[in-house]
Write a protein that binds this ligand. Structure first.
Ligand SMILES: [Zn+2]
Length: 317
């Protein structure tokens, strides 16, 4: 994952899936004639996405193994334009073999570690959209089958009397670096994580809740700590399978530290001690692909003028 030199120094940056290069060209989704032209244009590409979420990657070249878009038909999903070239995506069965020994089916974390940032973002976009399609085959109102429209960006109930429409959904989740204003940072660890791995607290936004309230509720539930001022910092698409991580800084204003039922541990860490704890193996931070590492690193960098060491990638879901 490359560092993001172009981003303002005051924002976390450099995490995966966040620097897409495609123009989504939403106005073309209903333009069947134009899409048919693009489908046979020489620069157009078709990205296969396996039903298990894996993406075809040319690991030698470190590129998406998108194919010439020769078989584009009415069922294909239009992702957008890169310059004049169209990108399409299609779901293929989970047991689809590797078509060529130089190619590999990688999960998104593996793809993020292999691909340039813009291609990792394209992969995440395609995977999230096709996952939504796979979960929206029947109407939630009347139970009839749905049909995809808008080049894969809408599902429509096939029962004319019902006619319900569905659009791709994204589930907002907050993720927050909490400090106490005196140089300490609050980190927690989930029971499934490797020992000594700690990260920022996170959780889904609930219906009828503001993002700021979600930050305060999640931190209170998971740690007992009361958060006052909340500052939005940055966001990351997190297609495992459909989240959008909204990154915040929160300032603790009270509350006794009590580890909530979702966590194995939550602790205050002295910021100045973080490099030493990481170097000695007493603390492992999240990997560089996640915004969680960059929230911690951004907090640290603002105070100490240098960066922290990210942890290794491992699969949780
Ligand atoms: Zn229906």
């Amino acid at each position: 994952v490359a560092a993001d030199d172009a981003a303002p120094a005051t924002r976390p940056a450099g995490y995966a899936f966040a620097r897409g290069a495609l123009d989504r060209a939403a106005e073309l989704r209903a333009d069947a004639a134009r899409l048919a032209e693009l489908a046979v244009a020489p620069g157009s590409r078709l990205l296969p996405v396996r039903a298990d979420g894996r993406i075809l990657v040319d690991t030698g070249r470190g590129q998406l193994a998108a194919q010439p878009a020769t078989n584009v038909d009415a069922d294909v999903t239009f992702l957008g334009l890169q310059g004049a070239d169209a990108w399409f995506a299609r779901s293929v069965p989970a047991d689809t073999p590797t078509p060529d020994p130089t190619l590999r089916w990688l999960d998104l974390r593996g793809a993020a570690a292999t691909l340039p940032a813009d291609e990792a973002a394209t992969a995440a976009y395609a995977r999230a959209l096709l996952h939504w399609q796979s979960r929206k085959r029947w109407c939630g109102v009347c139970g009839a089958p749905t049909r995809l429209g808008e080049a894969g960006h809408r599902a429509q109930c096939t029962d004319a009397a019902c006619g319900a429409q569905y659009f791709p959904r994204t589930d907002p989740a907050i993720i927050v670096v909490v400090d106490d204003g005196a140089g300490r940072i609050l980190l927690g660890r989930q029971p499934s994580w490797p020992e000594k791995r700690y990260s920022t607290l996170a959780g889904f936004v609930e219906p009828g809740e503001t993002l700021e309230d979600a930050v305060r509720r999640e931190v209170a539930e998971e740690s007992g700590v009361r958060v006052g001022p909340v500052e939005y910092l940055a966001s990351q698409p997190w297609p495992f399978p459909a989240s959008l991580m909204l990154g915040f800084h929160g300032r603790a204003v009270g509350g006794e530290l009590v580890v909530g039922s979702e966590l194995a541990d939550a602790r205050w860490f002295d910021g100045a001690a973080l490099p030493e704890l990481i170097a000695s193996g007493e603390l492992t931070l999240p990997p560089a692909l996640s915004i969680s590492f960059h929230l911690v690193d951004h907090w640290f960098q603002r105070r100490y003028g240098r960066h922290l060491q990210p942890g290794p990638v491992f699969a949780t879901r």
